[in-house]
Every structure is written in structure tokens, then in C-alpha cells.
Write a protein that binds this ligand. Structure first.
Ligand SMILES: Cc1cc2nc3c(=O)[nH]c(=O)nc-3n(C[C@H](O)[C@H](O)[C@H](O)COP(=O)(O)OP(=O)(O)OC[C@H]3O[C@@H](n4cnc5c(N)ncnc54)[C@H](O)[C@@H]3O)c2cc1C
Length: 458
């Protein structure tokens, strides 16, 4: 009843093409890349400007209905799944780059801008927006802010949070809150922006963001190092870091990931190796050969059994395409694909990688491991069949053990993918009760009626 009234109000505010009520449409926009989590929104709306977002939120607040923002719906933790129905607020029509300012080295964007599109545009001007989630070809700036997305380049350049200097946020009451200023530094009051970054759309709705850009590195080279032992690859990461050089990436693929990618998207990876590191070095042209020699020396000392170098940008991008297609390739092995996102202090990476392999062997599960290992971050991708009860039970047991191991090694259960619905039952393993209580209080302050993406995170 309330929903019917709300839909009628929404139709008065938005054009009819921007209000979807058919079941098929609602279902399609209510899922994300999380495995096995399902929901159906009552209505899907597309906002075209900030005022429309304010109207939508005011209607939701009036009728106390959930509002769930949606970028590309690629998060893997059910952060966009409409567990309790409500309104899906889709940002695909607010996808404009409003300004690129070369003097200030900033870009002002709407939330639906695709990360990869922004990167291409700023790079044409010799600028760089480093955060590079593996699915940057589709994921949006709004989604990246709400998940604090990271990627391979985080090792050298940091994650999304390091590039947000200002945001316009629509609050749960439909007001506009500005988090910063158009400057790279800001010490005026509390840093409210940091609360919204990584908040999964539970505290406010990002309707515009000003991003910091940096100069694009003059040159880069990809070094692909293969190892005959998994732990040698993990140990090589610490050896590289000890050299005090800073590659832009130190990424990882285990044997199953290499073989699966090569099977479905062949690019010439060496499939008889146990693991590979993808190391990218960048900087001035004159520095590349020196960096390459240092990294090569360390890799040889760390027992790399084969090393390949990209000689053109096309070759480098082929290697990255292969790495970025790993989840898609693994998804072809079984009806369902699960991916996780655990992170430990780098010194404990060899134990984590070995431990995950051991746990999956124990439960008879195939695991394809990839990860931004320079940060200590590992994504175990486990292809399974959710209809196979035994396999599903084993998967759940393995997941719990992987989290316990991660915590034992001083790590946490999400480095970049967030908590959403998928991990909320586990959050108390890594966030203590005092901190959780403060988080709940913060939620109440910003969203007293619990309408913004309710029941996500905790
Ligand atoms: C194949 C694959 C590879 C991936 N690789 C990486 C990786 O390398 N690194 C990484 O960090 N993540 C990765 N992810 C996870 C995911 O892609 C990222 O979290 C991504 O940034 C989400 O963007 P999106 O536009 O799809 O957001 P969505 O999934 O649509 O939304 C994510 C969250 O943001 C909220 N939201 C969306 N827009 C707004 C807004 N304007 N205001 C407030 N809240 C909003 C949503 O409600 C939801 O809670 C990967 C996912 C896949 C499927």
C-alpha cells in the first residue's frame, strides 16, 4: 500500500521511462555479482540529476522505504541486493565527467562515470587516476567510493580513499552535504568524507565527487615471473619490498588461475608453473631499465624459474587482461563462482597462501587464487555448484576457516570488496564490539529511519 503511494509519487517526480515496475526489470536490477544472494526491489528508478535524487530520497523517507544505490552492480558481497525490497536507485544516467582541470589536477564527476572511461579521458591530458579495480571497464566511481575500491596499483598509489578530495552527498533527509573543498588539503573540521567512503551506501548518497589526479608516469613495463613453488612466489613479494623499490603493482596468480585463464582466454601464460607474479614498474623512461634489473635480480634470488618482460603497451595490456579475466574464466568451471577478499600483513602472506590451499584441499574444493599480493591481499576464487549440498556445506566450512586463519595472521576479512550481506555475520571477528557500537550510532545519526541500504555491513 505504502509502496503504491511511493511509486505514484515517484512517477510524478520522474519521467515514466525512469521508473521500472515490471517484475523482470525489478529482478534484473536487484542482483549483483555476489553468489547466491537474491532479492527483488519494489521499484527501480533512474536519476538524471541531483534534484531528482533529493526527491527520491524524500519520498523514501516519507514512506520509510529502503533506498539501495546501484552503480554497475559488480560488488561481490550483496551490497546492492534488496533483502527487504524497496527502491533501487540506479546511477547509469548520471555518468558525466563534469570537468577535468589540468591546472588543479582534479576531475569532477557524476557517480555513474565508469572508472576505466575516466582513466582514459584523463590520460589523454597526461594525467592519471590510479585506482584500478580489476573490473574497471564496468564499475563506477560511485560504487568505488562506496566500497573504497582498490586494485593492483594500490601497492604504490593507494586506493580510492586517497583520491577523493570533495563530495556532494544527499543525506537520508534529502539535504545536500558537502564533505570537503576544491583543495588537495583540508583541515577544516571533521573529515566527514572518510565516513562516506567505504560506507556501502548506508550513510548517504554520493551525487558528485571531485577526484585528485596525478601526472601519468612517462613509461611502464610489466614483468611476469613464474615460480615452481607457491611459497617461493609469496616469499618473493617480501624480497622485492625489502629492496626499497616501489613497483606500481605486485599481483599474483596461482597455478589453477593461470591454467583456467589460459584455457578460456589464451594469451601464452606458462601453464606448468605453480604461481606467477605480475610486477609493473613505472616512472621516467630513463629509470625503467635500472628498476627492471633490480627486480630481475631479486626474482632470480627468490627462485623464479622463468621471467618474461612486456616490450610494448599492447603486450602489457594483454597480460593485465588475462589477470583481470580470472574471475570470468573460473566462473566457467562450475555453475557458481565465489570470490573472497582476505588481507594480512605482508610478512604473513606465505602462510596465508599456503593455508588457503590446505583448507581447500581438505574440503575437496578447487581454488583459483589471485590477488594484489604487494598489499598482502588474496582473492581465493572457489567455483562450486550451490545445488550440490555437500559441496556447499564444505564451501561454508572452508570460508569460516579461511577467515579464522586470516585473523590469526593479523589480517582482516575485506581489503577492498566490503562487507555487504555476504560477510556481515563475520564482521565481529575483525571489528571489536566498541567500534561496532560506534558504527551503529553513526548510522543512526545519518539515517535515523534506517532507509539507506538497511542491514548491510552489520
Ligand atoms: C570480476 C570482478 C573483479 C573485481 N575486482 C576488484 C578489484 O580488483 N578491486 C576492488 O576493490 N574491487 C573489485 N571488485 C569488486 C567491485 O567491482 C567493486 O567494489 C566496484 O567498485 C563496485 O562498483 P559498482 O559500480 O559495480 O558498484 P555497485 O556494485 O553497484 O555498488 C557497490 C556499493 O556501492 C553503493 N553505491 C553505488 N553507487 C553509490 C552512490 N552513488 N552513492 C552511495 N552508494 C553507492 C551500492 O549501494 C553498493 O552498496 C571486482 C568485482 C568483480 C565482479
Amino acid at each position: 500500500m505504502l509502496m503504491n503511494k511511493a511509486i505514484s509519487d515517484l512517477k510524478k517526480t520522474l519521467t515514466s521511462k525512469n521508473v521500472l515496475t515490471e517484475l523482470e526489470e525489478r529482478y534484473a536490477y536487484s542482483q549483483d555479482a555476489s553468489p547466491g544472494l537474491k532479492g527483488v526491489a519494489d521499484v527501480v528508478v533512474f536519476a538524471e540529476d541531483i534534484e531528482q535524487v533529493q526527491h527520491i530520497v524524500k519520498i523514501a523517507n516519507k514512506y520509510k522505504l529502503p533506498v539501495i544505490c546501484r552503480g554497475a552492480g559488480t560488488n561481490t558481497v550483496g551490497a546492492c541486493v534488496t533483502e527487504h525490497g524497496g527502491i533501487i536507485l540506479n546511477f547509469s544516467k548520471m555518468n558525466k565527467i563534469l570537468e577535468i582541470n589540468p591546472e588543479n589536477m582534479t576531475a569532477r564527476v557524476q557517480p555513474g562515470v565508469i572508472v576505466g572511461v575516466l582513466q582514459n579521458e584523463v590520460e589523454k591530458l597526461g594525467l592519471y587516476y590510479p585506482p584500478d579495480p580489476s573490473n574497471l571497464a564496468v564499475s563506477t566511481i560511485g560504487g568505488s567510493i562506496a566500497q573504497n575500491s582498490a586494485g593492483a596499483r594500490t601497492f604504490k598509489y593507494g586506493s580510492t580513499k586517497d583520491y577523493i578530495i570533495d563530495m556532494l552527498v544527499v543525506t537520508a533527509q534529502g539535504e545536500i552535504l558537502r564533505t570537503g573543498s576544491n583543495t588537495v588539503k583540508n583541515a577544516a573540521g571533521y573529515n566527514l568524507g572518510s565516513l562516506f567512503i567505504g560506507s556501502e551506501g548506508t550513510l548517504g548518497i554520493v551525487v558528485e565527487a571531485t577526484l585528485k589526479l596525478i601526472p601519468k608516469p612517462q613509461c611502464s613495463k610489466v614483468i611476469m615471473a613464474y615460480f615452481d613453488k607457491l611459497t617461493d612466489a609469496a616469499n618473493a613479494v617480501t624480497s622485492i619490498i625489502k629492496q626499497r623499490i616501489s613497483p606500481s603493482t605486485i599481483d599474483f596468480m596461482d597455478k589453477n588461475a593461470i591454467q583456467t585463464v589460459e584455457k578460456f582466454y589464451p594469451v601464452g601464460l606458462l601453464t606448468d608453473k605453480e604461481a606467477a607474479l605480475i610486477i609493473e614498474i613505472d616512472g621516467f623512461k630513463s629509470s625503467i631499465e635500472e628498476q627492471k634489473d633490480i627486480v630481475t635480480k631479486v626474482l632470480r634470488q627468490a627462485n623464479a624459474s622463468a621471467i618474461q618482460y612486456s616490450s610494448t603497451e599492447e603486450e602489457a595490456s594483454k597480460i593485465w587482461q588475462a589477470r583481470r579475466s580470472s574471475m570470468g574464466a573460473c566462473a566457467k568451471l562450475k555453475p557458481n563462482i565465489t570470490t573472497d577478499d582476505v588481507i594480512v600483513p605482508r610478512e604473513n602472506l606465505p602462510q596465508l597462501v599456503k593455508g588457503i590451499q590446505g583448507i581447500c584441499d581438505k574440503y575437496n574444493l578447487t581454488v583459483c587464487m589471485v590477488g594484489h599480493v604487494g598489499d598482502g591481499s588474496v582473492h581465493p576464487q572457489i567455483p562450486i555448484d550451490f545445488n550440490n549440498k555437500e559441496e556447499y556445506k564444505n564451501y561454508k566450512l572452508a570460508k569460516g576457516e579461511i577467515y579464522d586463519l586470516t585473523v590469526k595472521l593479523g589480517g582482516t576479512i575485506s581489503g577492498e570488496h566490503g562487507i555487504g550481506l555476504e560477510k556481515r555475520a563475520y564482521i565481529s571477528k575483525v571489528v571489536n564490539s566498541t567500534a561496532l557500537n560506534y558504527m551503529r550510532e553513526i548510522k543512526k545519526v545519518f539515517d535515523p529511519n534506517n532507509i539507506l541500504n538497511p542491514y548491510k555491513i552489520f
